[in-house]
Design a protein around this ligand. Structure first.
Ligand SMILES: [Zn+2]
Length: 119
């Protein structure tokens, strides 16, 4: 679990580096709800049972894609590429610290394809 303060710190850290308007961060009202990004209000909602660093990185990436003119709610290649940049920066060049296998299957596949190219 992550505190709202810690989540805000991460979002500020990433927003400064990637130069986007800092998304607001809040906990969702329902315990069962997963983490979510609201493009219109530029808001990250964290599910109380799901909130961790990786969840914040994933949702932040939706804001980054939006700023770059991409579709802010899909998880295609553009999202995967930007997520990799966010993860690489946050984990200081150690992107394997991110829980890729827990993300969407195509994102995990994208990450695996990167690793294969490096070898
Ligand atoms: Zn997402």
């Amino acid at each position: 679990m992550i505190s709202i303060i810690k989540a805000q710190e991460i979002v500020k850290y990433l927003s400064d580096y990637f130069q986007i308007e800092e998304p607001k961060v809040k906990f969702g009202k329902s315990n069962s709800k997963r983490c979510w990004y609201y493009p219109l209000s530029n808001e990250i909602s964290l599910g109380r049972n799901h909130a961790n660093n990786d969840c914040v990185l994933h949702e932040f990436t939706h804001g980054l894609v939006k700023k770059q003119g991409g579709n802010p709610i899909t998880h295609g290649d553009m999202f995967a590429i930007q997520l990799f940049k966010v993860v690489d920066y946050f984990y200081k060049g150690k992107p394997n610290k991110y829980g890729w296998r827990w993300d969407y299957p195509n994102i995990f596949k994208f990450y695996k394809s990167l690793n294969n190219k490096e070898k």
